[in-house]
Design a protein around this ligand. Structure first.
Ligand SMILES: [Zn+2]
Length: 485
């Protein structure tokens, strides 16, 4: 496409605020949590996120090809956790809106949002953000929003945006490609070739996090049909939202948003069809669990590579603490050889760092951040290695990189060897989305008999290629913890 046909010189504002909010977690998400992961203002967004594999990276790279004048506002992404504080939310929103106001007039706005962000006093943060942006730019300026497919979407958000798009993959490996597509849709809107009309449909369902993989039923079936529907030239975008069940909002759950060119009834028919399809296949969303002890026993029987022990009740990428101990207890009880677990535990890290490499230490690990994820376990082991916890991802397109870029900072980290079990202790909770997390400190993933992954689905892109199998464990936390209330 030549520069001219893509509205060369168009003034396009760009920005994003991303947080998946687990509203049942005690720990609030503050501004410092955004600063720790990804917080960029103005021109720094272009310097930092250009060429990254994030959604906003895709938007920027395509916009530069179009020769647009990019007007960067704010890009903020924090690790999923509890409700965002009012102070943090106000600060982020005011940075975005003030920077946007100062750059008027604009021809269009590209936003990347999560869809499941909840702030103190604001259950529908994304609709609030887009409403404020809409108030600044007016009704005639196109707003295209890229969402994480775990967003819980309200009808209000659908009304406010011109086009809502979403990642088509979980693990999220297409954030960059969808960012590119968002810019391409904006280019068509700028040429006034499109009259976007969106429709929304919701099945009466909640999907557990581990049943939101896009390669497995029920979502795989919806995506197959959505791909067929997209062949209809009238269709601009289909967002298949899995929703995020661990958020107490009026619109929590899966939804389908279809945007067509000027055909509202057609959009509604397609949205309803896809929503009904998901509902019909709801039985395939029921997960099957083993107790941690049974899961470890079954993993010990395997001799064809590491078995993934899936601790989806401590799904770090879904906002939990990353220090749940049930799986560690089971591996120690079974005297496992070459089993690995990662625990976020700054106190234990400090003790091991003080002791130093090769030292023998006795230390309480895990189970400290809240009362949901098991008890601390006292272990005696040897500090095999220490690191600053910074590593580059091996997988260019991975779930972590889709939000924050390819450099991961876990804070100070320690490899503690307890019997035959490798415990990687980190200061910051870090989801298992890339094998370099283990390899950077010397633990060889392929040489493990079993690896605990504190994740629901996101681990699969990096770990399943080396895995013999994956076993879902019924560990403490959500949802198992809920039954104890
Ligand atoms: Zn997601």
């Amino acid at each position: 496409m030549s520069g001219n046909t893509a509205a060369s010189g168009a003034r396009i504002a760009i920005g994003g605020i991303l947080h998946e909010t687990h509203t049942f977690m005690e720990r609030r998400t503050a501004l410092a949590d955004f600063a720790t992961q990804s917080l960029h203002f103005g021109e720094d967004i272009l310097l930092s996120m250009r060429n990254s594999r994030t959604g906003i990276g895709g938007m920027i790279d395509r916009a530069i090809e179009y020769n647009w004048q990019l007007l960067p506002t704010l890009y903020a992404a924090a690790m999923p956790a509890g409700i965002v504080t009012k102070a943090a939310y106000r600060e982020l929103l005011s940075e975005l809106t003030h920077r946007l106001s100062r750059r008027l007039p604009v021809d269009g706005v590209l936003l990347t949002l999560h869809g499941a962000m909840v702030a103190e006093g604001e259950l529908d943060a994304e609709a609030d953000i887009v409403a404020q942006v809409r108030a600044i730019v007016g009704d005639g300026t196109p707003i295209v929003v890229l969402l994480d497919m775990h967003g819980n979407i309200s009808p209000r958000l659908v009304e406010l945006a011109d086009v809502l798009m979403a990642y088509n993959s979980n693990p999220h490996i297409d954030a960059y490609a969808r960012g590119v597509e968002a810019a391409e849709i904006m280019a068509r809107l700028l040429r006034r070739q499109l009259q976007p009309m969106s429709a929304y449909a919701r099945p009466a369902l909640l999907l557990p996090a581990q049943s939101t993989a896009t390669e497995s039923p029920p979502l795989s079936l919806v995506h197959v049909r959505a791909a067929e529907i997209k062949a209809d030239e009238a269709v601009i975008s289909i967002a298949v939202m899995a929703g995020f069940a661990y958020a107490d909002t009026p619109f929590t759950g899966p939804s389908i948003i279809v945007t067509t060119d000027g055909q509202s009834e057609l959009a509604q028919n397609y949205a309803t069809e896809l929503s009904d399809l998901l509902y019909r296949h709801r039985e395939s969303a029921l997960p099957v669990f083993l107790s941690p002890l049974d899961a470890v026993a079954e993993a010990k029987e395997s001799d064809s590579g590491p078995v993934m022990l899936v601790d989806s009740a401590d799904n770090i990428g879904g906002g939990t603490t990353g220090d749940g101990t049930d799986a560690l207890a089971a591996m120690l009880a079974h005297d496992v050889r070459e089993g690995t677990i990662v625990l976020a535990d700054p106190e234990a890290v400090a003790i091991c760092w003080r002791a130093g490499r090769t030292a023998d230490v006795t230390v309480k690990v895990g189970g400290k951040a809240d009362d949901w994820h098991g008890q601390p376990i006292t272990v005696t082991g040897t500090v095999r290695a220490v690191s600053d916890g910074v590593f580059e991802c091996e997988l260019a397109d991975n779930h972590f990189a889709s939000f924050y870029g390819n450099t991961v900072d876990m804070g100070r980290s320690v490899w503690l060897r307890v019997g035959g079990v490798n415990i990687l202790l980190t200061e910051r909770k870090t989801p298992p989305m890339d094998l370099a997390q283990l390899r950077h400190i010397g633990i060889i993933p392929e040489a493990q008999s079993m690896i605990v992954v504190k994740s629901a689905v996101a681990y699969r892109a990096a770990y399943m290629p080396i895995a013999a199998e994956a076993i879902e464990m019924d560990t403490a936390g959500f949802p198992a913890g809920l039954s104890k209330v």
